[in-house]
Design a protein around this ligand. Structure first.
Ligand code: GAL
Length: 725
């Protein structure tokens, strides 16, 4: 495991201090980030979260309100079924108004009043908003953008995680908070910072440059090795020493993709180190606290050290950033499944509860019932706790139009009533949920940091692996299949159909895993360009698809982009139908035991064989299938966008034996199953604009009403039913 050399010294310092404050968490390691919290040895997308209660509540900002306005808050929250709030993530200036002077009274009072109503508190380290006394005294802690411009004070996330000064001050405020609240029975856990890298991630300040050089030295040991692996022979980039390596700024033209990918790895590492220093202090102050973070954003490897340091991951869910009401259920569901694949489980510390507005945008308002529908979608797809952003809409600041449950005037209206309804229902649904995981019959590979970030510096204008995963996911979701996302190193047992969408960066170590999956009966679909690059972000010497060629039984003999598919017809014939390929084509040569499922109809396909463009049956192979053991491997020499997946889906469903969860329900009603060995919870979510009646739902207990349920269901628009079977 790589670890910043400069970080080790600092961490040890912190640990010594923190250890003197309390018992060390058993099993935690102080000289690396390899903490046991997530139980990575049992890595599984089916890993239920270990909370004993479903936490339900909202981020709360007592520092924004006078006594009169907030006096009814505990009562109203309790009436809405809240058992938790989250506080203090932006209140550094209040808690440490001058360097070394602390005042936690606003939070002491709020925590106590809420505690009297049975509402616990999750506190946050406030490091997303370092106070003005700090940036005025140390302007060098401000982040610097790619043009060399330092960020100014006045918004948030303006300081650099690699800055020694920020890290020192972060440890101090964390330690002060941890010591102050360590014995407060109403404080149950912590969130580190707030949405690391949400606004700004690529810093080029002097601290970053130095820390990046140290990171590279730790990784490569010798400058010769770095030059070899980065291919610095191209454009005279050879470095004589690590101290000469800059952070990559895309000026005047494109940077070396190996350099950029290592920089992205460094950013993630620097955040993980920054967070680790806080986590160690918190764990040592009170080993019973849980520690989580609310993501999920760019340039953080959430399957790596960052998340291993946490008890669980949080995902802030704002579905209304998708402005299309028709697509929103699909994009929301994909995002949840994608997040669940990162660590196997998650909570939602912020779920959109009203229209959000900042700067030049303002979202639609969730329509009546939609807030509740979105809540159940989050829960159905894996959220094991949920908080609404935010309790009350603030009257000032950059987010004065970011609407919470209560409006500016503090009057509870329909959004409050809807939240209250969910709170009531969760008394039955919450306990039933815990310990279950989401059923997945069809999965798409997602969540690999190097694969996804390696695509960025040399995308060729193609959709990212994650974008394509969303397309595949949507095709199966719309037809009612149990679809999810799983990294190839995770547990693939029980998954009948598995997609690797265009993972150009690929590890040869994944081949035996996939081969075993197929030999045991799984159906694997490999998309174009997969396994054409290594993890240094360089192209491999082998003919594509490189280390997968043997398993797939194909070789790619020619490839290129299709820049104007509407003008440059490139169709694939599949049985009696044909489909236009978007983005990309590959002409394949197949091994003897490989069947050709689809052929190129136009242009390069037939012409390359000297045949007229109409001779579709003789076009060159575009899609193949090979039987391996009890399963099958498909290779698709095109991009797996919706039209291609829609065309392939019936054949893939047939080959893999998957079936929709509740035939006839989709596309109006989304069906999701959470299960364990003892029970199944069936979620039915009507996201169409009409009332839908189903007669083939499972019989059981309707957890929304608490009544028995025979299998006949009527769901109004935005209606939700949860059946325990
Ligand atoms: C989140 C953030 C909150 C608030 C919210 C609405 O990303 O954590 O602090 O900004 O969005 O914009």
């Amino acid at each position: 495991m790589i670890f910043l050399r400069c970080a080790i010294g600092l961490c040890c310092l912190v640990v010594v201090n923190a250890l003197s404050e309390g018992a060390a968490r058993s099993g935690s390691s102080h000289d690396s980030l390899d903490l046991p919290s997530l139980g990575r040895e049992n890595l599984s997308h089916r890993r239920p979260l270990n909370l004993k209660t479903f936490l339900f509540g909202a981020p709360y900002y007592p520092e924004h309100w006078d006594a009169e306005t907030k006096k009814d808050d505990p009562e109203r929250m309790a009436a809405a079924g809240f058992n938790v709030v989250r506080m203090a993530e932006f209140a550094w200036d209040l808690m440490e108004p001058r360097e070394g002077e602390y005042d936690f009274s606003v939070f002491d009072e709020a925590i106590e009043k809420l505690g009297e109503k049975g509402i616990k508190t999750i506190l946050c380290t406030p490091t997303a908003t370092p106070p003005r006394w700090l940036t005025a005294k140390h302007p060098d802690i401000l982040r610097v953008d790619e043009n060399g411009v330092a960020q100014s004070h006045g918004s948030r996330q303006h300081c650099c995680h690699a800055s020694e000064t920020l890290r020192r001050c972060s440890r101090k405020i964390t330690k002060a908070m941890a010591s102050h609240f360590r014995n407060n029975p109403n404080v149950i856990g912590w969130q580190t910072d707030n949405e690391f890298n949400c606004q700004f991630s690529e810093c080029h300040c002097a601290s970053c440059e130095k820390a990046f050089q140290d990171f590279l030295q730790d990784k490569y040991a010798t400058i010769k090795e770095l030059n070899r692996r980065w291919g610095t022979a191209f454009w005279a980039q050879t470095y004589l020493k690590f101290e000469d390596i800059p952070t990559p700024r895309p000026k005047p033209t494109y940077n070396n993709p190996a350099h950029v990918l290592d920089y992205y790895r460094f950013i993630s590492h620097a955040v993980a180190v920054f967070q680790h220093e806080q986590v160690e202090i918190l764990r040592n102050a009170n080993p019973n606290w849980f520690v989580m973070h609310n993501g999920v954003f760019r340039h953080i490897d959430y399957r790596g050290d960052f998340s291993k340091d946490l008890d669980f991951l949080g995902f802030d869910s704002y579905p209304f950033f998708d402005y299309s009401p028709a697509n929103r259920p699909r994009s929301h569901a994909f995002r949840l499944d994608e997040v669940r694949a990162l660590t196997g489980s998650f909570i939602v510390p912020e779920q959109q509860s009203g229209p959000g507005g900042q700067g030049g945008y303002f979202h639609d308002n969730p329509e009546p019932g939609e807030l509740r529908l979105m809540t159940y979608r989050s829960i159905a797809h894996g959220a094991d706790s949920l908080m609404y952003f935010r309790w009350r809409t603030c009257r000032f600041g950059a987010e004065e139009y970011w609407c919470g449950i209560l409006d500016h005037d503090n009057v509870p209206r329909r959004r409050y009533e809807e939240v209250k309804q969910v709170g009531e229902e969760l008394k039955r649904v919450g306990p039933a949920l815990l310990g279950t995981s989401v059923r997945v019959d069809v999965a798409i590979a997602t969540g690999d940091y190097s694969v996804e970030e390696g695509h960025i510096p040399l995308s060729l204008g193609l959709p990212s692996p994650k974008n394509v995963a969303a397309e595949i996911h949507g095709a199966f979701l719309d037809r009612g299949y149990a679809v999810g996302c799983i990294h190839p190193e995770d547990d693939l047992s029980g998954v009948k159909l598995y997609f690797i969408p265009h993972w150009s960066l690929f590890k040869p170590e994944w081949v035996p895993i996939l081969e075993k999956y197929v030999r045991d009966g799984g159906v694997l679909v490999i998309g174009a360009r997969t396994a054409t690059k290594n993890f240094d972000n360089n192209v491999v010497a082998e003919t594509p698809p490189g280390c997968l060629a043997e398993l797939a039984g194909v070789q790619v003999v020619e490839y290129s982009k299709i820049n104007r598919p509407e003008e440059r017809r490139m169709k694939i014939t599949l049985g009696d139908s044909s489909v236009q390929a978007p983005w990309w084509y590959e002409l394949l040569s197949s091994a003897k035991d490989t069947e050709i499922i689809g052929r190129w109809e136009d242009r390069f396909g037939p012409l390359a064989e000297g045949k007229p463009a109409s001779a579709s049956s003789t076009g060159q192979p575009a899609i193949t299938s090979r039987k391996v053991g009890k399963g099958r491997v498909f290779y698709v020499g095109a991009y797996l966008m919706r039209p291609v997946v829609d065309a392939l889906l019936p054949m893939l469903a047939d080959t893999s034996g998957i079936e929709p969860l509740c035939p006839g329900a989709a596309p109006d009603v989304e069906v999701v199953v959470r299960e364990n060995d003892e029970k199944q919870l069936w979620f039915f979510l009507n996201h169409s604009d009409k009332t839908v009646t189903l007669s083939n739902a499972p019989a059981g207990e309707n957890l929304i009403t608490g009544e028995p349920c025979s299998g006949d269901l009527t769901l109004p628009r935005n209606g939700v039913v949860v059946i325990r079977k």
